[in-house]
Design a binder for this molecule. Structure first.
Ligand code: FBP
Length: 561
């Protein structure tokens, strides 16, 4: 536990009291289950059903407050998993408070360093003192995080042995799609092996791509997007003051473009690329460069040699020729570990030639056309879940280099008379550990508290679900959704695996439609917005605003009812 001196904001935030939904606020011992409809998974039903015979097809649940019951003590372990997201500490605090409220003899253990903690048996036992020091703070440093994939029999056996040692009968995994895939696998394995250990997930990720009808948004998205929007707004002021640079801002979010789209709606920059649109319209890299260069040229011809462009982190994987090449590259790379002839190559250029010789001819051409920097970044190790580490691929630099070439051509043809001077940024890590907004502080606390309600009700293989999030938190609806409901089969490390499907930006949805309706205007006329920093105290219209994404999606859902 940290003993550092606390900043005034740190001290003040420790005293913020999250407000629970009414059903949970009346007390954990009064929570009763209302069963909803049975569920099916999103795709590949037969295969998922075969792989999850015990946890597949369960019903959704919501909670109501009833009469008070007594509960015996229960030991629970919690894991923070994957990338950091603001509010994780409050999930742990909510879980702790619910568990102690149900029975003060219950214990909460925190596994250290992510899922590897449960395998290696590394843990701490939480106390009031530890929890109180982390309430409403950002980060995952209370126990750390990691990305270990849980999938082998050996890992499950070790996890079981470590739980037995501590008499743990419940595990909460706080994570994104990959981490909750871990949760689903572990839940199924524990049932199959009569382990008597429940597993509940909590929807975390700044990426905003873990959502469906039951999960309106993952936690952390609110705070992270507001943090990036503040920074982009500040850059826009700078741009508008100096009028001499084009700022290219790559924004985190991995595959889906929810983060960049939300930041765009909050700040109204001149250009925002949407990966899902690029894929749908089958835009080539050249077409994207032409689109951006044309806006830059038109603005320059209006005397504006400046602007701001947002680039989603995962763009490269959505450009059709790149997507095909990366899929082929992933297959090739999954065979390289045992390939002695590749492993003995030490010079990057030799490695690139080797890879090109293994790729299909069209894909080899695409790979060959890329700058050395991008080639090297594409060959970096995949994460333990088989994902390309898009945060390490400098797409913004690739675009800038190609745009410069295009603008030179346009200049030669008299189509561009201005100047192009670039600055680039990558906003990602800056937002993942910010102090959670009031929304995330409340939401996370409710998710953790609710996770314990699901356990108390005997559920396993469920994701903690808290809905109706545009209403005040007292009106939020607490419940649970079976993890298998969100699963499908996807290729990872060269093999088909069951995974939770990522929710991508819907091009017929209200959030994208809003950008689409405005982007021509924003490209040429400077409609910059300056959201400023997250406010924790003050008027409700400043402190409690939800994201545009949540607002527009909830409004659209309500209109359908
Ligand atoms: P999660 O899906 O685990 O929440 O990760 C979110 C994220 O921040 C992505 O946006 C980003 O691509 C990735 O983590 C970066 O990972 P790392 O922290 O391992 O560099």
């Amino acid at each position: 536990m940290t003993t550092n001196e606390l900043s005034p904001l740190q001290k003040a935030r420790l005293n913020f009291k999250p407000v629970l939904p009414k059903t949970l606020a009346e007390g954990i011992k009064k929570v009763e289950v209302i069963e909803g409809a049975k569920t099916e998974c999103v795709k590949d039903q037969e295969e998922i059903k075969r792989l999850f015979p015990n946890t597949y097809g369960k019903c959704t649940v919501t909670f109501k407050s009833g009469s008070e019951k007594e509960y015996s003590a229960k030991n629970v372990g919690v894991i923070l998993s994957g990338g950091q997201a603001p509010g994780g500490h409050n999930v742990v605090a909510g879980l702790y408070d619910a568990l102690k409220q149900a029975n003060k003899e219950s214990k909460l253990y925190g596994f250290l360093g992510g899922p590897s903690g449960i395998i290696d048996g590394e843990y701490i036992e939480f106390t009031d003192e530890i929890i109180d020091a982390y309430r409403n703070t950002g980060g995952f440093d209370i126990i750390g995080s990691g990305r270990t994939k849980l999938e082998t029999e050996e890992q499950f056996q070790k996890a079981l042995a470590n739980c037995k040692k501590l008499n743990i009968t419940g595990i909460v995994i706080i994570g994104g799609d990959d981490s909750n895939t871990n949760a689903a696998m572990l839940a199924e394995w524990f049932v199959q092996n009569n382990a008597g250990i429940q597993v509940i997930g909590c929807p975390k990720t700044i990426d905003g791509d873990l959502k469906n009808d039951q999960i309106e948004i993952s936690f952390g998205f609110d705070t992270a997007t507001k943090t990036y929007a503040e920074l982009v707004g500040n850059i826009q002021r700078d741009v508008n003051s100096a009028k001499k640079y084009w700022h290219f801002v790559k924004v985190m979010g991995r595959s889906a473009t929810h983060v960049a789209l939300e930041v765009a709606l909050q700040t109204q920059p001149n250009i925002t690329l949407i990966s899902e649109e690029v894929e749908e319209k089958k835009l080539s890299l050249k077409q994207i460069v032409d689109y951006m260069a044309n806006i830059i040229a038109q603005r320059a011809n209006d005397g504006k040699n400046f602007g701001v462009a947002l680039i989603p982190e995962g763009l490269i994987e959505f450009i059709p020729e790149m997507k095909r090449m990366i899929a082929n590259l992933n297959d090739v790379m999954s065979t390289l570990e045992q390939d002695a002839s590749y492993n003995k190559l030490t010079v990057p250029a030799d490695r690139f030639d080797f890879i090109e010789s293994r790729l299909e001819p069209d894909n080899a051409k695409v790979f060959e056309s890329l700058p050395v920097l991008i080639k090297a970044q594409l060959l970096m190790d995949r994460d333990p879940h088989g994902n390309v580490q898009v945060s390490k691929i400098e797409t913004e630099k690739l675009l800038i280099e190609m745009i410069k070439v295009k603008l030179d051509q346009m200049k030669a043809e008299g189509e561009f008379m201005g100047k192009f001077s670039d600055q680039c940024h990558f906003f990602g890590y800056e937002g993942r550990c910010a102090f959670p907004s009031n929304f995330d502080a409340n939401y996370c606390y409710a998710l953790g508290f609710n996770a314990y309600a699901l356990m108390q009700a005997g559920m396993t293989g469920y994701l903690s679900s808290v809905r109706n999030l545009t209403a005040p938190s007292t009106e939020w609806v607490a419940g649970g959704v079976p993890l298998t409901m969100m699963m499908n089969m996807e290729k990872r490390h060269g093999h088909m695996k069951p995974v939770i499907q990522k929710a991508l930006v819907k091009l017929d949805g209200p959030v994208f439609k809003k950008l689409e309706a405005n982007r021509e205007d924003w490209a040429m006329n400077d409609r910059y917005m300056f959201p400023g920093s997250i406010q924790y105290w003050g008027p409700s219209e400043v402190c409690d605003i939800t994201t545009q994404t949540l607002k527009l999606e909830r409004e659209a859902a309500a209109a359908l009812v």
